[in-house]
Design a protein around this ligand. Structure first.
Ligand code: SF4
Ligand code: SF4
Length: 439
């Protein structure tokens, strides 16, 4: 049988470890007594809380908003009282405001929300609905969806891609959503096609999710939508790699998908669009995978946004004493953290609880110039060179760090256990600041 489509440059095959949760149906989790809503969950202009301590809030009420175009509101998943607005340190090492709400258990919602919507909507109304629902890229990027779906007119986008590759080990969120929200995701895709007037939609699913592929394919009746099975290879779900696999189009260096006529959205984002358009439901909950040998009951859960990691741990039976690392996201691109009171956000696709059996810490050794990191890099970069330049802050030689997609493939293959990706990512942050300062 011919190989399934994939990207050509680099890539790796880490152990998948999806078996821990892939057959666990999504379980709904009730909101607990305390909700911790991160004010800034998106990429764009910072938001400000629109509530103050002592205010009563309703379920689905916007509690943080911002000015400008690249913005996305945050809504409360419960009714209750604002107890406090405080700062917390997030896994990306950035401090941010968090609105603490005491859930009154009454679930009183904003009038007109979470009800079946009828009648046609215009394009303008659609973008306004998506914006007001606070929908952002839920695969991890966090870019406001109304902006991504509405590129400049001269870009002439003709392909819409739903990213269902889910190439990160352990994560099974997209897989379960494709299986359990098949009709909603297909309907969400149709809504986007109708509203953007794009004629073609690909849903790209890796081969290791064959059951989900078969179900999507058998339920799809829209000729504009094509479900495609992709080779299982990391990082297949990275935007540029996915676009190439599905369309053979190449996003040029420092350009965006819309520059080659493509818009990409994640599975969960498309489901959120469906919920907003069909039920006037803002984004207040998400599906995430809870996995790793450290958690008692690996699961896929539908959790209110703002629930604490500790509540998730309790819901999944607790963690074992062997748990050594908590990771927000997947093991390749996720960030480790220590504070279990941190909240689930709109971009939390998974929470991993890993033990020594899963993470082997090895001492960094000298580079033996084997070139494996170069072979593995899907962006065609020279990671060993970029690490050295980054560590030295040699800004004249660091321009390529801007093209790093932070996939971690280079570190994964290095026989000398060199922390290539983390050095390059730090270098990227420093170099970006350096450029902004005007060099
Ligand atoms: S982390 Fe960056 S440098 Fe390393 S393989 Fe991925 S894209 Fe290449
Ligand atoms: S893989 Fe590691 S040892 Fe090999 S060239 Fe890259 S940094 Fe050096």
């Amino acid at each position: 049988m011919a190989d399934k489509p994939t990207f050509t440059k680099g890539g790796i095959h880490p152990s998948e470890r999806k078996h821990l949760s892939e057959n666990s149906p999504i379980k709904s989790m009730e909101a607990s007594e305390m909700i911790y809503l991160a004010v800034n969950q998106h990429i764009g202009a910072p938001l400000k809380p629109t509530v103050k301590v002592g205010d009563r809030v309703l379920r689905n009420q916007a509690v943080a908003e911002g000015d400008g175009v690249v913005t996305s509101k945050v809504h409360s998943p419960v009714s209750g009282e604002v107890l406090e607005i405080k700062q917390m340190l997030f896994p990306n090492e950035v401090k941010g405001d968090v609105i603490v709400i005491k859930n009154d258990g009454k679930n009183e919602k904003v009038s007109g929300t979470e009800q079946k919507m009828t009648g046609k909507i215009s394009k303008e109304e659609f973008f306004e609905i998506v914006k007001n629902a606070g929908i952002i890229g839920m695969g991890g990027a966090g870019f406001p969806t109304q902006i991504k779906l509405n590129p400049p007119k001269d870009k002439n986008c003709d392909v819409f891609i739903i990213n269902a590759a889910e190439c990160e080990p352990y994560l099974t969120t997209d897989n379960r959503m494709l299986l359990e929200f098949t009709a909603e995701i297909l309907e969400g895709a149709k809504i986007v096609l109708d509203m953007t007037e794009i004629k073609k939609c690909y849903i790209g699913i890796e081969e290791n999710k064959k059951e989900a592929f078969d179900k999507m394919k058998s339920e799809n009746k829209d000729s504009r939508i094509e479900i495609k099975l992709l080779k299982t290879k990391y990082p297949q779900g990275a935007e540029k790699q996915l676009i190439y696999a599905l369309t053979k189009r190449v996003v040029p260096i420092r350009k965006l998908p819309f520059d080659i006529g493509v818009i990409v959205q994640n599975v969960a984002t498309v489901k959120a669009i469906y919920d907003a358009v069909m039920f006037n439901k803002p984004l207040t909950e998400r599906v995430l995978t809870v996995s790793g040998l450290g958690i008692k009951e690996p699961s896929n859960i539908l959790a209110p946004i703002g629930i604490s990691v500790q509540d998730v741990i309790d819901f999944c039976g607790g963690i074992s004493e062997e748990t050594k690392y908590m990771i927000n996201g997947g093991p390749m691109m996720g960030k480790s953290f220590d504070n279990p009171m941190l909240p689930v956000t709109k971009t939390t696709s998974g929470l991993l609880f890993l033990t020594d059996k899963e993470v082997v810490e090895e001492k960094e050794n000298v580079c033996i110039r084997c070139g494996r990191c170069i072979m593995a890099c899907p962006m065609g970069l020279n990671p060993t060179f970029l690490k050295e330049s980054s560590d030295r802050r040699d800004y004249d030689k660091m321009d390529d760090v801007l093209d790093c997609i932070e996939c971690g493939s280079c570190s994964f293959v290095c026989p000398s256990s060199r922390q290539l990706a983390s050095s390059i990512v730090k270098g990227k942050q420093k170099y970006t600041k350096y450029i902004k300062r005007g060099k």
